[in-house]
Design a protein around this ligand. Structure first.
Ligand code: TRP
Length: 326
């Protein structure tokens, strides 16, 4: 046992990762490895809450996602990389927590309300989807995680986890740890159209994107609509291109001044961005190709991670059962 604090985080295995995932959370995952004992999970049960009608891609996506993680710097020698559905304790604790979860807490959850309203192509009126935050709380508690690096969209779920931990500890004694979120310092990266970057909006730049596609996407990227000629005065706030300069920390204050002074045009600004993005993607692509070619290695990483995660999760489950007098 070491005395490092614990970190747990997860991502739903629903498809390719984009730069929003990277700057929103993954960058923190990589950085936290040196100071904490980290557990990183492909949450395939969470993917099932929305993709239950077509499950054909969930497993393959998990594989691809883990390849992405390793390619950006998650090191399986330092961190435990595993699959939620292979560690049975997640479903066990989910069941127990569901007994003490007030329905009102779930129905009031802002992510729940928003998604029920926004997502029209799937029927999400089911028990599992309502219980999404309960499963997420179980994920966190099993590893006694102190910190959870996530994107801003997950904050309500962490608040929920803390409330459930308090309620559980009140009933049965203090076994569960109240987790804290860790947000990345990077400012919000906008999608190609100026809205939040999200796969469902079709406005993403994916990790490992090839140069020709990058070029095309950047060319069409939303910029300041008031800046028509290159020496027009620009408004970098709200410009998607500028949000990238900020996220990549690429001398953005200078760029902001140039844009506001009308001394640089959008075409040149986009050309520079292409150079930044292309240089960022290149080593990632090389590494990813290597990893994907070695399926046996990836499988071994996940198998070993499942094993280690199960051991830790079982220890916690023993304590929880004792607390419940079961
Ligand atoms: N809900 C998270 C997301 O959509 C994924 C997730 C599942 C998670 N379990 C978790 C994140 C536990 C942090 C901790 O991004």
């Amino acid at each position: 046992m070491n005395d490092k604090k614990r970190v747990l985080s997860g991502m739903r295995s629903t498809g390719r990762l984009h730069l929003g995932h990277y700057f929103g959370a993954l960058k923190n995952w990589v950085e936290m490895q040196k100071d904490f004992e980290c557990f990183y999970m492909s949450s395939d049960w969470h993917a099932l809450t929305t993709d239950y009608q077509d499950t054909s891609k969930i497993d393959e996506n998990a594989f691809e996602m883990v390849a992405d993680w390793i390619s950006v710097g998650i090191d399986p020698k330092q961190s435990v990389v595993f699959k939620q559905s292979k560690v049975a304790q997640h479903s066990e604790l989910f069941l127990i927590l569901s007994m003490i979860t007030p329905l009102g807490w779930l129905e009031r959850c802002p992510t729940y309300k928003e998604q029920i309203k926004e997502i029209k192509n799937k029927d999400l009126n089911n028990y599992g989807f309502l219980g999404y935050p309960v499963l997420m709380a179980a994920d966190i508690f099993l590893y006694k995680a102190n910190f959870v690096p996530v994107g801003e969209d997950q904050l309500a779920h962490l608040e929920f986890a803390r409330e459930i931990a308090r309620r559980f500890n009140n009933f049965y004694g203090g076994v569960l740890i109240e987790p804290k979120e860790c947000l990345t310092k990077a400012s919000k990266l906008l999608g190609l159209d100026g809205r939040k970057m999200s796969k469902s909006y079709g406005n993403s730049i994916f990790l490992g994107e090839e140069d020709d596609i990058l070029q095309e996407k950047i060319r069409n990227m939303f910029s300041d609509p008031l800046k028509v000629k290159k020496d027009d005065i620009g408004h970098p706030q709200g410009c998607a291109v500028f949000s990238f300069y900020k996220a990549f920390n690429a001398d953005y204050m200078k760029r902001e001044q140039e844009c506001k002074a009308g001394s640089i045009g959008c075409m040149l600004c986009k050309k520079h961005l292409m150079e930044i993005l292309s240089a960022f993607m290149k080593p990632f692509r090389v590494k990813r190709k290597e990893i994907i070619a070695d399926k046996a290695y990836l499988q071994k990483v996940i198998d070993e991670g499942n094993q280690k995660a199960s051991e830790v999760a079982q220890e916690t489950m023993n304590e929880i059962r004792r607390a419940l007098k079961f």
